[in-house]
Design a protein around this ligand. Structure first.
Ligand code: FES
Ligand SMILES: [Fe+2]
Length: 340
């Protein structure tokens, strides 16, 4: 991951984007599921406001394409996979992993329209991610200067937030709420930068000041202060690193906007794989469960507490300036992505 930083432009509160200027589904990586959920049996999915189908091809790679057949729109998730080809249940058209139709019964020439929209997929650490396009605009991110192969992941968790993706991503830059919601007493002003054109990051150093069970345990077992780095990739993907003196907390939060206007937030915690002989896997399992309990518990509490915050450009005040700057950046990134 590049460590080169570009200072973001000075934000302004005027001319904030109108809600309909934000894309419904930012050009980015999304959560698809765990590795075990995918096999040669087609699986029906709903993502990006579309019906999709996912299956494993002959190379054991997960393939995702639009589920409505290019012929008459039958549901390909009800089809079958043979020799790596997905066969439509209606008239038997067969599609290859690249979405192109490769066979139509009793016909030799294939019409140009006979193809399905496909999506880039990446499998990592037992999890499967999807980009909402055939070619990713940026590689699937990972924690700065870390090798994914050295990490293990916990059981995924998810929560439903009654808010839009941009209101949720804006949390990363909502300096006020670090204190009011997360009980963090900032020891220095946060530093905001863009490590790449597709990522905006907020780093802050703070005291763990809350009275909750989570904070009490953190102060005793981790440390009384923490440096947190929140990076928003592609607008819907939040990568979090919390460095305590004795432990580092790392997790991903990937937002999937749903058809009903809410957002499903999928979380996964990470832990560096233990090198202790024999007991290593057990240490990892316990370590991941503890991290998951902290992280999911913390985020669930916040989600319940906040209800359904709305995007209201007219009510932004001086203290919201970093949130305002994020909204400007989010729109700029969306336009940039569209132009690529
Ligand atoms: S609808 Fe799929 S082959 Fe006809
Ligand atoms: Fe938050």
């Amino acid at each position: 991951m590049s460590s080169k930083t570009d200072k973001p432009k000075t934000p302004g509160r005027k001319d904030l984007p109108k809600p309909d200027e934000f894309p419904a589904y930012p050009a980015s990586w999304y959560w698809l599921g765990t590795r075990k959920e995918f096999s040669a049996k087609p699986k029906s999915l709903r993502l990006f406001g579309r019906d999709l189908v996912a299956y494993r091809d002959e190379q054991n790679s997960v393939v995702v394409m639009d589920a409505r057949c290019s012929h008459m729109g039958a549901d390909l998730s009800q089809g079958t996979v043979k020799g790596g080809r997905l066969k439509c249940p209606f008239h038997g058209w067969e599609y290859g992993s690249d979405g192109h139709c490769v066979s139509i019964p009793h016909k030799t020439d294939i019409p140009k329209f006979a193809r399905q929209r496909t999506y880039a997929v990446e499998e990592r650490n037992g999890c499967v991610y999807i980009f909402n396009g055939a070619k990713p605009l940026f590689p699937m991110p990972f924690f700065y200067d870390q090798d994914p192969g050295e990490f293990v992941t916990g059981r995924p968790f998810s929560l439903n937030a009654k808010s839009t993706w941009y209101m949720i991503s804006a949390h990363a830059f909502d300096v006020q709420h670090f204190e009011t919601v997360h009980d963090r007493k900032l020891l220095a002003p946060p530093v905001i930068d863009c490590p790449t054109p597709f990522a905006r990051r907020c780093t802050h150093h703070s005291e763990v000041a809350g009275d909750t069970i989570f904070d009490r345990l953190l102060r005793v077992f981790a440390s009384p202060t923490v440096t947190v780095q929140l990076t928003i990739w592609g607008n819907n993907f939040c990568m979090v690193e919390g460095k305590f003196r004795r432990v580092t907390s790392r997790f991903f939060l990937l937002m999937s906007p749903l058809d009903d206007g809410t957002t499903q937030v999928h979380g996964t915690v990470f832990k560096r794989r233990s090198k202790v002989p024999v007991l290593g896997p057990l240490i990892d399992k316990i370590g991941l469960e503890v991290r998951r309990w902290f992280t999911a518990g913390y985020l669930n509490d916040e989600n319940v507490k906040l209800g359904s915050p709305e995007y209201r450009p007219a009510t932004m005040i001086e203290q919201d300036k970093e949130v305002v700057a994020y909204f400007h950046w989010a729109l700029t990134l969306s336009r940039h992505a569209k132009a690529l």
